[in-house]
Each structure stands twice: as C-alpha cells, then as structure tokens.
Design a protein around this ligand. Structure first.
Ligand code: SF4
Length: 378
C-alpha cells in the first residue's frame, strides 16, 4: 500500500512574531469553530479519494496549533481516525509554542495519539526573544520541555534560529548548550530571513535593525553544526539535526518527493502527479468547503522535467546527497545525461563532491547551495 503524509494547518496565533510572514491571524472563537468545521469537511472529502493510501505521518503545523482549545484537537482526531487508514507506527507531530501550552493540553495530545512535539524555541536568551517579538521567555521554554517529558513524550524537536537581531556567536552556542541539556531528539536550525511585510522588514528599511553580518551568520551556522555533531545530533538536511533514528519522517517526505496532502488554509499537496495549493483567505476556503468542493486555489501538473529538477534541488540539501542509482531507478536515465556539465562545474568550484555513488555538498557548498541549485533546473 502506498504511504501518504498529511499536513494540517492551524492558522491562528495569539500575536504575530516580528519576523513572521506565515498565514496566521489572531482569531476569535467563532472563527476557530468555523475553520475546524471546514477542516473536518475537507477530511471527509479526502476520505473518499484516498482510500488506497496508508497514512504514516501527520503534521499539525501553523500558526500555533497549541493555541486552540483541546476540544478541537479531539474533534479533529475523531474525524482523522474515521476518515483515513492510519498506520499504527505513524509519526504524529504537533507544533507547540511555549507561551500557549499547559499540562492539560499535553495530556490531550498524548491521548489522541500524537507522539512527536515540535517546539518553537528560537533562542534561550530573553533579550533576543523580546527582539523578535516572541510571546514566551526562557523560563517558559524550560518548563514546557519538562512538562512534555513528564508526560512521556520521547520524540521532541526544538526549532532554533540564527542571525537574529542582537545575537552573537556565544549566544548561539549558549542556547544550544542549554537546549541539549534538555535532551530533545531533533533540532532544527533556521537562519532568519527578513520578509517583506514583517515588523523586522520595516525596522531594517528604516535603519533601526542591528543584525549579525553575513559572515557572522555563516560562522554561527558552522559552529552550531559542529557543536551539534559533537553532541550526537547528526545533520541529515541543511537545517536539520537529529539523534540517530529520530529524523522527521514527515519532512523527509517533502524532500524525497513522496506523496502528501495538505489540509487547511494555504496548505500544499503533492499527489497523483499534481502539485496544488489551497486558498489563502478564510472566505474562499470556507465557502469552497461549504459547497462540498476541495478548496484548491491553483494546481500544476508535475512534468518529468520538473520532477527531476525537484529531485536534484531537494536531494542536494540532504546529507545523504543525490545517489546515482536512485536517480536511475526513478527516471530510467543516467544522471549525467542531464547534469554532466553542472556536476563538473560545481565540483570545480568546490561546492559539491562525490562520495562513492552519491553527490553531496561540500562545507563551502552548504553556504552556496542556492547557487548549486540554479544549475539543476532543466
Ligand atoms: S508563532 Fe510561529 S506562526 Fe505564529 S507568528 Fe510566531 S512564527 Fe509566525
């Protein structure tokens, strides 16, 4: 039976973080109620379409899924369990913000079969957390992790960020030292990107934002990577590190082109040779589902060429790299037919190398992966 991942988007946050351009709003109860009803309708439509799949990963992301009342979590799981064929060893993740969680919610997650928590930490420096508009402080983070552990969750991701306003290299290492003391199984390490429309974008435009330089930010990345690897967290993707066996099954689906569907506002799906995405405004999304239709805003057919490009671009970001045999198995053609020159060029630039039959980024290539990727478009 073919495996499937399901992503469920909860687009609600108590307050917008200063760097965030995700689709999320501060809701009222009526808005949440209407949205959950729409999500349930979306699940029911899909249940008739994907009977042949075995769901082996579910990811509830946001926004802030932990901001909604647990009665909605119970409702969502009741319908999920009735609508899909969910494997007993599925990875089921929920994103949690330390400012919106309590013991009752964590217990409810456990009761509903959630077995992985992804915690938005970003930093363990209170001043930096304040600089980026997070609603929690270091103490909230530590208390939340303790609660999660007390409730028997043994698979925990913590998201951390580098390149933040006011952040220094010792700050990054200090946050990592404190985090690994709390023994998460997985750590994601993202670089701050200043997106248009955010508060940080306005501050930067007006010359009021002090950010680490590009060189400092790269140093943070490489030192953090080294620190994590020395402490048993193996890098398996540019921004992701885990203890052995705790790689995120769901995210690996995105990076290895496996089928998944996205439910909720602005969610993306990749299945049946199509890539498509949902409406990003509540009215269109809710109205489509009220009419009994999937809330698809746009879709594109994934041609073989586009699949090959994605295979390369996503594959090169993985530590395992792009395997020549796997490429042949997937596309029935030798990788050199499309990429001989691109591979040679990037090898000469010192950005990639061949490790046995796999093509991987060098240390320098980790900083210039976007340049390597440009050569993979066909
Ligand atoms: S909690 Fe996450 S989704 Fe919500 S505003 Fe902050 S970064 Fe964005």
């Amino acid at each position: 039976m073919e495996k499937l991942g399901i992503y469920i988007h909860i687009p609600f946050c108590i307050k917008k973080c200063d760097y965030c351009d995700f689709v999320s709003v501060k809701p009222n109860e009526e808005m949440i109620e209407r949205y959950i009803n729409s999500l349930i309708n979306e699940m029911k439509i899909y249940s008739k379409l994907i009977g042949g799949y075995l769901v082996d990963s579910i990811f509830i992301g946001g926004g802030t899924p932990s901001s909604i009342d647990i009665k909605y979590i119970y409702r969502l799981f009741e319908i999920l369990n009735n609508s899909f064929n969910i494997a007993s060893d599925s990875e089921i993740t929920i994103e949690v913000n330390p400012g919106t969680i309590d013991n009752k919610k964590i217990k409810a997650y456990k009761e509903n079969g959630i077995n992985r928590i992804s915690l938005g930490v970003q930093s363990l420096n209170d001043k930096i957390l304040y600089n980026i508009g997070r609603i929690h402080n270091k103490e909230d983070i530590i208390n939340t992790i303790k609660l999660i552990k007390l409730n028997g969750f043994d698979n925990l991701n913590t998201d951390l960020m580098i390149g933040l306003p006011g952040q220094t290299l010792p700050d990054v290492i200090n946050s990592l030292e404190q985090i690994i003391e709390l023994k998460p199984t997985h750590i994601s390490l993202y670089s701050l990107i200043i997106e248009e429309g955010t508060k940080l974008y306005e501050l930067e435009k007006n010359g009021k934002l002090i950010l680490p330089s590009e060189d400092e930010e790269r140093l943070m990345y490489h030192d953090a990577k080294e620190f994590l690897e020395e402490n048993g967290y193996l890098q398996y993707e540019i921004s992701n590190f885990s203890q052995n066996g705790f790689e995120c099954k769901h995210n690996l689906k995105y990076w290895t082109l496996k089928p998944y569907i996205g439910l909720g506002l602005n969610s993306h799906s990749n299945i049946w040779n199509y890539r498509y995405w949902n409406y990003s405004n509540f009215t269109d999304y809710n109205e489509a589902l009220n009419r009994g239709s999937l809330p698809i805003s746009n879709k594109e057919f994934i041609s073989t060429k586009s699949r090959i490009t994605e295979f390369m671009i996503l594959g090169i970001r993985l530590n395992s790299g792009i395997n020549r045999e796997e490429f042949y198995k997937e596309f029935g053609t030798d990788i050199d037919y499309f990429y001989k020159d691109a591979i040679q060029k990037n090898k000469d630039l010192g950005l990639i190398y061949e490790d046995g039959r796999s093509i991987k980024l060098t240390k320098k290539g980790l900083d210039f992966s976007n340049i390597v990727e440009l050569d993979f478009y066909i």
